[in-house]
Each structure stands twice: as structure tokens, then as C-alpha cells.
Design a protein around this ligand. Structure first.
Ligand code: ADP
Length: 617
């Protein structure tokens, strides 16, 4: 018997003598003993305690123990308490049978010697303890089954459900009773793990993994089935599968992109290098010279376009894309697009036309001219690129508050499964590494970003070998967000100031030095050169009349940022303009932070440089 959980005995007898003796005997045996001499005291004790055994005298003063027995059984408050009648008067077997029939668990006839009494009570208690521990273990098992998150069911060979735990209720959204009245509808295969679509009362779609084992249940062949809800795992699995496909695809794309980029850079590079060599030939006729120079220029522009696209992507990415709103006449824009593309379209035997439906004075949209032109340029350029002997049409339709612009062609079209992907960066519809069309796969992603910045949407309809129709919407009155004046549009008014200044060009690149010298020669008083940041710092120390420095950023020995910081420490007056090939977002801020007064990106446009210089003087 556990020390701090003694078994409890309640002794009921109207003879104080009996109560005294029995109390002593059972206390000595280690029981916790309660005593009562009538029904009132008995029920008072029962209210507060849960005795394991009640030893109940049959004849009490003016009362019968049998009535107490009856009441306890009717109340059913103590279903697990053993009740043993004890009497010296009602000893016949009829009387004993009647008491047992009323629910007594035992019957002891007096006189009885102590040893027998103890032996009998201990025998009852052994029985009771066994039952108690069975009950406890059953309740533990029930809890385990009830709390198990898997649905557990017992199903016979006819599919009849004879047991279901609460998780099964939850899984099928049916009550236990509803489940028990149903036939289990899934094929039951012993020992197999099967995936099932859980058919639920609320029609939500879920997936389960079902496991079945054979069990013997009430001597019948039966199956114990457990079902685990694996919907979440399936979703993750699906996502992983998709991610795998995507990553394999992006691997392919990366290779295609690299091959493509290399092609995109090498082709114009070939032009530049090849025709530069030709230019060196002695006695070259002037027409040829001009032709080669124009090829070199075209090749340079093509490379610059690629770089500009990459820079645009970086600006879009970092949210640094400015929007300049103005009233745009769509017809004027169309006319200039038409003039620009017509020769290219003709070359590929394409008919190019545009359609307008509004009168000229009504064809206005308030948006960003540069961006809409860039979107059209990309779309028409593609249409020309992917169409031969066909027709290309662009135009618009005025819908409620927006223009829907379109560019339609009768070219090669785009496979259905690539329609979404083409708007992604560096993606081309054709996944083959060697493909006949030039392009880095950036145009459409930039166009899409522009359309979205302007609060519109872009979409495509296309059929292979039939053609493609691109549509994009632009609100008639886009919100005015920022209105920045572009430097290029300003007039150069203070160019005279330049003739009075000494300029230091700090650049390690020989070509850049020659180029800047060429621009500044004759316009400035003097042009000096430094090949790295340190030389620039030293020269500003020595030559007190340096007014302006064109500071390259990436230089050996000391970079332009450091040189600027050092120079500005002792000379606040000198104007420093950063000139850099890093046109990525954030570089401008870095240059200003270092102390630069202005910023210009390479390749340097002559007018732009002179404008910035004169503005800062
Ligand atoms: P790219 O520089 O390769 O033209 P884009 O982003 O402009 O890059 O276009 C992505 C891809 O979409 C192209 O490589 C091409 O496969 C497909 N595409 C775009 N426009 C058309 C079109 N008008 N007809 C057929 N395919 C097109």
C-alpha cells in the first residue's frame, strides 16, 4: 500500500464496541478508518470522502443497513466503492442473496474471528485494487487515443465503423454517432500506406495518409485504421516541386543569359575593334572612313543600350526610378515612333502602320513621356525583330479612365507556356542557348515595370506562327508625383565662365584623358592630368589655381572618394565632379557624401559635361 495514499475504510455500526475494535484492527493494518453509527453520519462522511470499502452493519439503531445500501446505489455517487454487509442477525442464505442482489459486493456473517474478518476484507481490497489499476490504465489508453492527432477508427470487413476517436470527428466533420452509423468508404488494404482524399462534410479538400493493420476485435477480423492529415505536407511538397522546376529552369536561363550577354557584348565589340583596325589602313577613302566610323558609333550605342537597360533594372529594383509627368500628345509620339521604326520594318519587308481614333487636340495623356515612349520602343522593336514579311500595327483605344495601347504583329508568336515568363528579367521565350535573335531579355521586364510605375497593366495574347498582340493600359490622368527637370533640357548659359578656369582631370584611363582633353581644349584656360587619387591630392596642394576637378572614382593607389575627402579637408573652394562608369543606384549618393559637388556618368556626353561644369561655377 502506498504510504501517502492509504486505502480508506468506512465502518458503519451502531455498537460503539464493534466500531472501537474494528477501527483499531484496520488502523493497525495501515488503512485510513472512518466510523459512523447511523445513516446521517454515513452520508456526511461520504460527501467528503471516497472510501474504498464500506463495511456496513445490517441492523442499526432504528434503521436498516440495507436501506443505506439502496440509497448509495440509487445515488450512484460512489460507483467504485466496495460495499460489504456485516451482520449477526440476517444470516439466512435468502437474506444474503437479497443484499447481494441490491448491489452489495460481499456478505460477512458474525460471529467471525478477527483473522477471518481481516482475510475477507483484504481479499475484497485486493480485488478492488486490481480493478482500480485496470480502470486507471484503461483511462490512460483512452486519453492517448482521444488526444492522438491522427484519426483512429476500427472498421470491420464489411466497412462498418465500430470505433472512432475525436480526431476522426474533426477530420471528417462528423459526430462519433454519425461516424458509427456509416460505412467506411475507402479501400482498406492491410499493411499498406495509402494516400486518400478526405471526403469531409464541409467539402473542404484535404489529403490524408492512411495506415491499416489487422486486429482481433471482439473475436472478429477487424482493421485498425489511422489517418494522418498531410494536406500541409502536400502543399509544401508541391511548392518544393515547383521551386525545383523553377530552379532548374533558372539554371537553364542563367546559361542562356550568359551566352546571350556574351553575344550581346561581343557583337558590337567586334564592330568596334574590327572597324577600328580597318580605319588604320593607309589611304582609306573618305566615304569608307565615314562608313566605318558610323558602324563603330552604332556598335557603341548598342553596348550603351544594354548597359542602360541593366542600370534601369537596378533603379527599378531599388525604387529610385523617377516619374516625370507632362501632357503628352499621343499622335505626335506615334508619328515619331513610326518615323524611327519604318526603315527597320521595311528592311524586313514588314508593313508598319499606326491607327488613331481621336482628333489630334483630344489625344492627350498625362503621364511620363520618356517611359511610355520606352515601352512602345521596346514593343515595336520586338515586333519588328520577330516578324518578317508581315504586318505591325500600333494604336490605342480610349476606355473609361485609361488608354489601352497596343502593338500587334503577325510574326513568330510566343509558345503558350512562355507567355508569363517573357515578362521576367533576362528571359527569352526561346530557351535554346543558341538563338538567332539578338537581345538580352530585358526589354519586356523593363516595360512591365514602367507600366506598373505608371499605374497600368501589361498583357500579351499570342499564337505561335500567327503573331503576338501586346496591350498596356495607362491612366488618362496619372497622378503627379515628382516633377524633376532633366539637366539635358536646360540651356547652357554660362559657358563663358569656363574659359577662365583650370581643370584637373583625374583618371587612370588614357582614353578617358584624351577624350576629356578633346572636349575641354580651347574652352578652359588650362587642363591638367593626374593618374590616380594621390597624384590629384598632391597636385591640388602644389597648383593653387586649380578650380575644378573631374574626378574618376575607380583609380589605382587612391580612389576618387578618398581623394575627394582629403582635398575637401583643406580646400573647400575647389569644385569636384565625380565622373564614373558605375551608374548603379547609390553611387551618386556616395559621391556627394564624399564631398563631390556634381556627378556625371560615363560615357560622358559633351554637352552634359559642359552644362554641369558651368552650373557649378
Ligand atoms: P529580348 O531582348 O530578348 O527581345 P524582351 O524582354 O524584349 O527581350 O523579350 C523577351 C522575349 O519575349 C524575347 O526573347 C522573345 O522570345 C519574346 N518576345 C517578345 N516580343 C515578342 C514578339 N513580338 N513576338 C515574338 N516573341 C516575342
Amino acid at each position: 500500500m502506498a504510504e501517502n495514499a492509504k486505502d480508506k475504510i468506512l465502518l458503519v455500526d451502531d455498537e460503539p464496541f464493534n466500531l472501537g475494535i474494528y477501527s483499531e484492527i484496520f488502523s493497525d493494518l495501515g488503512y485510513e478508518v472512518f466510523t459512523a453509527s447511523n445513516s446521517h453520519e454515513t452520508f456526511e462522511i461520504l460527501k467528503k470522502n471516497e472510501p474504498d470499502l464500506l463495511l456496513l452493519d445490517i441492523i442499526l439503531h432504528n434503521e436498516l443497513g440495507l436501506d443505506i445500501l439502496k440509497k448509495i446505489k440509487t445515488d450512484n455517487q460512489h460507483p467504485y466503492m466496495y460495499i460489504v454487509m456485516i451482520t449477526g442477525a440476517f444470516t439466512s442464505s435468502q437474506q444474503q442473496a437479497a443484499a447481494l442482489e441490491q448491489g452489495a459486493d460481499g456478505y460477512i456473517v458474525r460471529p467471525i474471528d478477527d483473522r477471518e474478518l481481516i482475510a475477507r476484507v483484504e481479499a475484497f481490497m485486493r480485488h478492488k485494487r486490481t480493478l482500480d489499476s485496470l480502470r486507471k490504465s484503461e483511462s490512460r489508453l483512452r486519453k492517448i487515443i482521444a488526444r492522438n492527432p491522427d484519426a483512429i477508427l476500427v472498421v470491420d470487413t464489411d466497412g462498418k465503423i465500430s470505433f472512432a476517436n475525436p480526431s476522426a470527428e474533426d477530420m471528417f466533420k462528423l459526430t462519433i454517432d454519425e461516424l458509427l452509423s456509416r460505412v467506411f468508404g475507402y479501400p482498406v488494404i492491410q499493411g499498406e500506406h495509402t494516400e486518400i482524399n478526405i471526403v469531409r462534410q464541409d467539402e473542404e479538400e484535404r489529403v490524408g495518409e492512411m495506415r491499416t493493420i489487422d486486429i482481433d476485435w471482439n473475436d472478429k477480423e477487424t482493421f485498425l485504421i489511422s489517418i494522418r492529415d498531410i494536406t500541409h505536407h502536400k502543399q509544401i511538397e508541391e511548392e518544393l516541386k515547383k521551386a525545383l522546376v523553377k530552379s532548374k529552369e533558372s539554371d537553364k536561363l542563367k546559361s542562356a543569359f550568359l551566352a546571350n550577354m556574351s553575344h550581346e557584348i561581343r557583337t558590337p565589340m567586334n564592330g568596334v575593334l574590327g572597324f577600328t583596325r580597318f580605319l588604320k589602313k593607309p589611304n582609306l577613302p573618305v566615304e569608307k572612313q565615314q562608313k566605318y566610323i558610323s558602324i563603330i558609333e552604332q556598335s557603341g550605342l548598342r553596348m550603351l543600350n544594354l548597359i542602360n537597360d541593366i542600370i534601369d533594372i537596378s533603379k527599378i529594383e531599388s525604387g529610385n526610378m523617377e516619374v516625370n509627368y507632362s501632357n503628352i500628345n499621343i499622335h505626335e509620339m506615334f508619328a515619331s515612333l513610326f518615323n524611327f521604326f519604318e526603315p527597320q520594318a521595311k528592311k524586313k519587308k514588314n508593313e508598319l502602320l499606326y491607327v488613331t481614333s481621336l482628333p489630334d487636340n483630344k489625344a492627350y495623356v498625362f503621364s511620363d513621356n520618356e517611359k511610355i515612349t520606352a515601352i512602345f520602343t521596346n514593343l515595336i522593336k520586338n515586333a519588328v525583330k520577330y516578324t518578317t514579311n508581315g504586318k505591325i500595327e500600333f494604336g490605342y483605344e480610349l476606355k473609361e479612365n485609361e488608354f489601352e495601347f497596343y502593338v500587334k504583329d503577325t510574326g513568330i508568336g510566343i509558345p503558350q507556356d512562355r507567355l508569363d515568363a517573357i515578362f521576367e528579367r533576362f528571359v527569352q521565350a526561346d530557351l535554346k542557348i543558341v538563338q538567332p535573335y539578338e537581345g538580352a531579355g530585358l526589354g519586356l521586364s523593363i516595360s512591365k515595370a514602367y507600366v506598373e510605375i505608371l499605374k497600368g497593366e501589361i498583357r500579351v495574347e499570342s499564337q505561335e506562327n500567327k503573331g503576338s498582340n501586346f496591350y498596356f493600359t495607362i491612366p488618362v490622368k496619372g497622378k503627379k508625383v515628382v516633377d524633376k527637370v532633366v539637366a539635358r533640357e536646360k540651356k547652357i548659359d554660362s559657358i563663358e565662365k569656363l574659359s577662365e578656369i583650370t581643370v584637373l582631370v583625374a583618371d587612370d584611363d588614357e582614353t578617358a584623358n584624351i577624350y576629356l582633353e578633346e572636349i575641354l581644349e580651347g574652352k578652359c584656360k588650362k587642363v591638367l592630368h593626374a593618374r590616380n587619387g594621390k597624384q590629384a591630392v598632391d597636385m591640388v596642394h602644389k597648383e593653387k589655381d586649380i578650380n575644378l576637378i573631374l574626378m574618376d572614382i575607380k583609380m589605382p593607389v587612391m580612389d576618387g572618394y578618398t581623394a575627394t575627402r582629403m582635398i575637401k579637408q583643406y580646400n573647400q573652394d575647389v569644385i569636384i565632379i565625380a565622373q564614373t562608369a558605375y551608374a548603379m543606384s547609390g553611387d551618386k549618393e556616395k559621391a556627394f557624401k564624399a564631398g563631390c559637388n556634381g556627378y556625371i556618368t560615363k560615357p560622358i556626353n559633351q554637352n552634359e559635361l559642359l552644362l554641369i561644369m558651368s552650373q557649378l561655377l
